[in-house]
Ligand binder design. Structure first.
Ligand code: UTP
Length: 293
């Protein structure tokens, strides 16, 4: 079977970044472990992959990130106490997830950029197409975004990038694509540029943290020199990949919150809280009666 049509079974979760925008908490708590209502951000990302039938989860960690592995491991003390109290259900969601997913870990020794983090996972990925999830990109959507992307992959094959339109002022924060729409919401990428100035940007279509990538990307990542911010940029490697094969983009359906930004994380807490049946009424009541002292 041709590589670009092979089934996607693996997802790489780069989680070795320093999370400087969320300091000081990220000194000791990985950004990916911050809670969104009642679960860490990374759990939402893994659940999204499972819903898209991607069960092999490769997490790229780094120093100070051990709590990610501990979270998905068993906690014998808690299990004993909860069993005595008849409250085993409190651990059920994470236990079910750890059973459904095959989790493996690799370590990025230095935070040299997203591209470098993905390259660290090469041995675990091997020579097959794979997906990438940045779990700090929180996406509220009817259909999980990775599932939406798999639909496009099944039709077109090749690499697929999740994109969304951003306001002009935000363009310099993102990888931006130049592309042509070929079906509703599906674009053929013509060029990419990492964090351009507004006047140099070919569009306002920004790459968001969900990717399906051909394994050929590793060869280009190895050759990519540090770019913007001194980091090995994934966008630069995808630009090189594009000179050898097609790359598509999907303007996904859903609202995205940047979990690496304090205000956006707070907005996501409110939206996900309002969507939680057990919390909704209490939260609405609280908001309606807000009094600031
Ligand atoms: P970000 O740039 O959003 O994360 O990287 P950051 O560097 O941790 O945060 P700030 O900008 O300093 O606040 C996007 C994703 O890539 C991972 C991050 O963990 C995040 O999931 N990443 C980034 C790595 O795994 N390694 C890196 O060297 C850089």
């Amino acid at each position: 079977m041709r590589k670009e049509n092979m089934k996607i079974k693996k997802a790489v979760f780069p989680a070795a970044g320093l999370g400087t925008r969320l300091l000081p908490i990220t000194k000791s708590i990985p950004k990916e472990m911050l809670t969104l209502v009642d679960k860490p951000l990374i759990q939402y990302g893994i659940e999204e992959c499972i819903s898209a039938k991607i069960n092999d989860i490769i997490i790229v960690t780094g120093r100070g990130k051990n709590s990610i592995e501990d979270y998905f491991d068993r906690s014998i003390e808690h299990e004993i106490i909860l069993k005595e109290k008849g409250k085993e259900h409190l651990l059920k969601s994470v236990e079910d997830l750890s059973n459904a997913a095959n989790l493996s870990y690799t370590r990025q020794k230095e935070a040299l950029g997203l591209g470098h983090a993905i390259l660290t996972a090469q041995n675990l990925v091997g020579n097959e197409p794979f997906s990438v999830v940045l779990s700090d990109d929180i996406i509220d959507s009817r259909i999980p975004v990775m599932k939406q992307m798999m639909g496009v992959y099944k039709n077109l094959g090749h690499s697929i990038l999740a994109v969304q339109r951003v306001q002009d002022k935000d363009i310099p924060k993102y990888g931006i694509i130049d592309a042509e729409e070929i079906q509703k919401g599906v674009l053929k990428v013509k060029d990419l540029v990492e964090k351009p100035e507004i006047r140099e940007a070919p569009s306002n279509l920004a790459i968001i943290g969900r990717y399906i990538l051909m394994p050929d990307i590793f060869e280009f990542l190895r050759k990519t020199k540090p770019g913007k911010g001194g980091e090995i940029q994934l966008t630069d490697a995808i630009k090189s990949l594009l000179s050898t094969q097609p790359v598509y983009a999907l303007e996904f359906e859903g609202t995205r919150y940047d979990g690496g930004n304090k205000l956006e994380l707070l907005k996501a807490q409110i939206i996900f809280g309002l969507k939680n049946p057990g919390l909704r009424t209490g939260l609405i009541d609280f908001i309606n009666n807000l009094e600031l002292v």
